[in-house]
Design a protein around this ligand. Structure first.
Ligand SMILES: N[C@@H](CCC(=O)N[C@@H](CS)C(=O)NCC(=O)O)C(=O)O
Length: 344
């Protein structure tokens, strides 16, 4: 079998997510650092994001490269059957995808916020992310590159919605999420999807690989309050030895009961943002203004997250009536149900 290539960065949550997926799935691949001396001959992608997943062209065809971790996971599911990370029950798969989306699109707010707000975090990320491209670069190049990275990323805090107004909401949501995951683990659930990992587990892992393991401020919070989560992240990074033959996905009853606190959290922070964002985009407004968790939220509209809302609504609509009734009852009164019912 020909080997895939994953082009990414150690400091990129989505790159870490996809590397963990490929390792767990035992799909042969090589890891290439974006911007490293090995990053040569990779086909262009429509938007300059990482990770890039490269599928080798067969029979003389050119290699094919794609971005967006959620779609990369779906494509891998079509190509490789073993060790799937998408539950076989479409209704459970939908719930898993909803949590994946929350991690990719909301947890990335705390991730970006802590990294580019606090001095110690900025210092570490700007230098280490530069060196991740090439650890033997000269001091002069490092100095230039680290200030370039810091300036560019601090300027982009507004894109994810990190500012003075939103700081309390973002930081409280990170601490709550750590607590939820800690309680989930201590009650005997190894993964969000029970005894085997789903796409949501890898999405949580991706963001937490940075928050709980790399960036000094949020990592200190995780170490002090939820060391169990810090260890969970280490486990998720390489699950290649985990045996999932004959390991079932959670039953509908278990999924509803066990995942409910996470859906309440999705409803508490992510749903109101998604709805206000979609409204702002529809009205051509220059700002998203809403209340999240009883506090004010303000940021510029985020077109990609407008698409996320539409994709989630489309996938709910594509469920069979019985499956849709089940997911609606699972989300009922969690607040996450508003994602599918609120006018946007
Ligand atoms: N939705 C995409 C998001 C990917 C993404 O936002 N990647 C960031 C890094 S984590 C990126 O490449 N930013 C551009 C840059 O750093 O130049 C996914 O799931 O893969």
């Amino acid at each position: 079998m020909t080997t895939l290539k994953l082009v990414g960065g150690f400091g990129s949550p989505y790159s870490r997510k996809m590397r963990a997926v490929l390792r767990f799935r035992r799909i042969p691949f090589t890891w290439i650092g974006r911007g490293s001396p090995d990053d040569v001959g990779i086909p262009e992608v429509p938007v300059a994001l990482i990770p890039v997943l490269v599928f080798p062209g067969e029979g003389g065809r050119a290699d094919e490269a794609m971005i967006d971790s959620t779609f990369q996971i779906k494509r891998l599911e079509k190509m490789f059957a073993a060790r799937s990370i998408i539950p076989d029950d479409p209704a459970i798969a939908f719930l898993d995808a909803l949590l994946e989306d929350y991690a990719d699109e909301w947890l990335t707010k705390p991730m970006f916020h802590y990294r580019w707000k606090y001095a110690a975090d900025i210092h570490k990320a700007s230098h280490v992310l530069a060196l991740d491209r090439n650890p033997i670069m000269s001091r002069e190049i490092l100095a230039k590159m680290s200030s370039y990275i810091a300036e560019r990323q601090i300027e982009r805090l507004r894109v994810v919605g990190s500012n003075e107004v939103t700081t309390p909401v973002i930081e409280a949501s990170y601490r709550r999420l750590l607590g939820l995951l800690d309680s989930h683990l201590v009650s005997g659930h190894r993964f969000l999807m029970g005894a085997r990992p789903g796409a949501s587990d890898f999405a949580f892992f991706g963001q937490l690989s940075q928050l709980a393991h790399f960036d000094p401020t949020p990592a200190a919070i995780a170490a002090a309050e939820t060391p169990r989560v810090v260890s969970w992240v280490s486990h998720l990074d390489d699950l290649s030895s985990l045996d999932v033959d004959n390991v079932p996905w959670p039953s509908r009853e278990d999924a509803v009961e066990v995942l409910r606190p996470f859906f309440v959290e999705v409803g508490r922070v992510y749903a109101p943002f998604l709805i206000a964002n979609a409204r702002a985009l529809a009205n051509g407004a220059s700002e998203v203004r809403c209340e999240i968790d009883g506090l004010p939220w303000v940021q510029q509209p985020f077109p990609y997250q407008g698409k996320c809302l539409k994709w989630m609504r489309d996938s709910r609509a594509a469920l069979s009536p019985a499956d849709r009734a089940f997911v609606d009852s699972a989300l009922k009164a969690t607040g996450a149900d508003a994602i599918f019912s609120a006018p946007a």
